[in-house]
Structure formats: C-alpha cells, structure tokens
Design a protein around this ligand. Structure first.
Ligand SMILES: [Zn+2]
Length: 431
C-alpha cells in the first residue's frame, strides 16, 4: 500500500478522519497543531439537500501536553450553508464530539484527562491547569461538566442500598465573619459509597433527597444510622419508618467523652477560677481521661488517680470518667436483649442526684436513644464508612484549598468518594 508521507502526521495527531494540516512552534515553546476533518458530502440537517461549503472558522482548543510541551490544537471547522430556497436552515458549523464538544475550549481527550486527574486522583485544579498551560476556570469548568455527567447522568451509579447513614461535614467558612456552612453526607454504609452530598445539616435536604428516590428504593433500606442528632433521626423516622435506626457507636462514645471533657472544664473553673493551664492537675489529666481504660497502663492509671485526687475535690470528674467507661462497655458484647436492659439501667443510674450535671445529661440522652443504641447489637451497622467517606472529602477539600461553590464541592467529592463508573468517561460527552 502506498502511503502519503502526511499519513504519519495524521497518526501523530491522534484523531480519526482528521488531517494534520500544519504543525508549528510558538515563541513560548508551545506546540500548535492545525487540523481539519476530511472533506465529505454533507446534507442539510433540516431538509437533507446537499449543503454548500461556506468557508472555515478556526477554533483554538487546549490539548494534552505533547512531549513535555503544552499544546494547542486549532480545529479549522468547516462551515456549511443550505442553498434550498424553501429551507430556512441558513448556515452551520460542523460538529465532532470526538475532537471537542460544542462550545468547549478543550479537546475531548484533554477534558477527560483533566476530569480523571482532578476527580479521581484529587489533584488540585491549579496544578493541572499549570501542566496544560491554561487557566484555572477552563480546567474547573471542564471537570464539573464531565463530572456532572458521571455523577448525575448515570442511573446505575448506585443501586439497592440496604444500610444508609447520614452525617454532617463542615463544607466551608464563608463571608466576612467566616460563618460555618455545613453539608450532609449520605452514605451507603454497607459498601462505603458516598451517595450524595446535600446542603446544610437540618433534616430538610436529606428528606427531599430521600423523597426523590421513590418508594421502591426506600423500601429496600433495612438499616439507618446517624450520630445522636435529632434532625437526622426525624428524617429516618418519617421517610424510612420500617428501617431499623442504629445510633452510631462511635458517636455514643464520643458523646460520653464530650460530657467528661465538659465536666472537667467546669470543675477546673470552679476550683481554680480560671481555664486550664499546663500545671493544673485537671488540665494535665485531660488526655489520660479520654484514653480507653484498657490502653492505660498501671503507671498511667496511678498518675490519673493522683491528678484527680488533687484537682477533683468532689469526685465529679471521676464519676464522669466512670460513666464514659461504662458507656464504652455497652459494646463489649453483642447480646441484644441484654443491651436494652443495660442501656436502660445505665441511663437511669446516671441521672442519680449524686451525679454531676454533665453525667445526668448523658443519662437522659442514653434513655432517649435506648432502643437505637441497643439496635447495634443486632444490626452491627455503624457510621464508620460515613466517617471514612468524610475523610476522603477532607482530602478533596485540602486539594482545593477550601471550596466556596457548593456545586464544585459536591461534584468533586462525589468523583473522589462516590465511586462513579470511570469506564463511562471514554464514552460520554458533557452537555
Ligand atoms: Zn436545508
């Protein structure tokens, strides 16, 4: 077969049915590649009559780096006109999604690449933009366009979910006063997949989200889990009443630790009249107190008891410490029946008049969540996978140096932690 020497150039350009018409270098060292599609007979999209050429209009596109040089592809687009006097089509420009989507300033292959770099590998937009020699917005807009298609246009991204968790995440600090804005992560806690992120930490948005999933989908959910938060519990109780709600063990223990901490700080203040300083016994005990008892060695325990002896005259901190350890022991066995009785009794015991106020408050919460805490002993689901997803989100947030746009945050977090089907990237064209 006889090959024209320019065939190699077309091969090098990497598009099918495209001719490389010119290759040159710019003063800044970047490479410029002029391409055009092969000529063919084109029909009018409206009436089908044979169209007439109406000249060219070149479009400059950001392309992938070539041999370490940033590269621009100039697509010399063909323009056409319908000459049928009865047709009102007028003129149009050729479309080829394999080269670049309509109105995109990046080639399709560069668009897919940046989406994978930023979305899948959590690289920063600015780093990728620098590599291609283009600006931040071009890369970001492209990632969001392809990302939206991968996340929102794929009905198969997640299917049946049997165990669902809700948890709050700080999304951004915005405005002059760095006001904190929260979001809620919705997670399949059985498979550790981030399903979605909605605005705020109230029940409103998660309720709407669950409503959109429809009855059939909701009926498949057997277990739900959340922290000891009223709004999320209300969401589950109204939208998924048949599912068993499990109070997340991690958050139950965390609450006991928080109450212990609160008690220590109050006693510190009441006995010494100031916040903890580095030589104050209670301040020095803070790490030993929250450490799990089985991780304290004899030396640590002796030290802790000595510090409490010195700084806790009424034994309140000591009681809060015991309360915390008893709460932890809820999870030492998995007998469901026993768990209900245990939590019930603990909840009542902790409300004894002799207990400090923080411990009494802990007791009230335990009673309010008794069945949900004990439900863990049969269901064994926890919000652990949600915490794991939230840690992935934090990684994305670090790469982005903080988000200000919720849309960008949602898409990028879902690209990284939402397990999109990356094999679809090679086929889809963003709108
Ligand atoms: Zn026509």
């Amino acid at each position: 077969m006889l090959r024209k020497p320019t065939c190699f150039c077309d091969l090098f350009a990497g598009f099918s049915d495209v001719t490389l018409v010119e290759l040159r270098s710019r003063d800044d060292g970047s490479l410029v590649m002029h391409i055009e599609t092969r000529p063919s007979i084109v029909g009018c999209p409206t009436c089908g009559s044979i169209a007439q050429s109406k000249g060219r209009s070149p479009v400059e596109l950001i392309d992938l780096e070539c041999f370490g040089r940033s590269t621009r592809t100039i697509w010399v687009k063909r323009r056409y006109e319908c000459i049928d006097p009865d047709c009102d089509r007028g003129t149009w420009t050729e479309v080829d999604d394999e080269i670049a989507p309509v109105r995109s300033s990046m080639t399709t292959r560069a668009g897919r690449w940046v989406t994978e770099q930023v979305g899948r590998s959590a690289r920063s937009v600015s780093e990728v933009a620098k590599e291609l020699g283009c600006d931040w917005h071009t890369v970001n807009d492209t990632v969001i366009a392809y990302g939206k298609a991968l996340i929102d246009k794929d009905p198969e991204r997640f299917g049946v979910v049997e165990a669902l968790g809700l948890d709050e995440v700080l999304f951004a600090r915005l405005g002059k006063f760095h006001e904190r804005h929260f979001s809620t992560s919705i997670v399949d806690v059985e498979h550790g997949q981030l399903l979605d992120i909605v605005k705020g930490r109230s029940g409103k948005e998660p309720t709407l989200w669950l409503d959109e999933r429809g009855h059939a989908w909701r009926d498949q959910v057997r277990f739900t889990t959340c922290d000891l938060s009223g709004p999320y519990r209300a969401v589950f109780e109204s939208m998924l009443p048949k599912a068993t709600l499990v109070a997340d063990p991690f958050h139950v223990v965390k609450l006991a630790n928080a109450k212990l901490d609160e008690c220590r700080r109050r006693v510190q203040n009441e006995t010494l009249g100031h916040r903890g300083r580095k030589d104050d016994p209670l301040y020095r005990s803070r790490r030993l107190l929250t450490k799990a008892d089985e991780r304290l060695d004899d030396k640590g325990r002796t030290k802790l008891l000595g510090l409490l002896e010195a700084g806790d005259p009424r034994g309140e901190v000591r009681m809060a410490w015991h309360a915390k350890e008893t709460v932890r022991s809820i999870y030492d066995h998995d007998n469901a029946e026993l768990a209900v009785q245990f939590v019930d009794r603990l909840g009542h015991d902790l409300q004894d008049e002799s207990c400090p106020e923080e411990v009494r408050s802990l007791g009230r919460t335990l009673l309010r969540w008794r069945d949900q805490i004990a439900a863990w002993h049969t269901a064994h689901v926890s919000n652990g996978p949600t915490e794991a997803a939230n840690n992935l989100i934090k990684r994305v947030k670090r790469a982005a140096f903080g988000f200000t746009s919720f849309r960008n945050y949602r898409i990028r977090a879902l690209l990284y932690a939402g397990k999109p089907n990356w094999s679809l990237l090679a086929t889809l064209t963003p709108q």
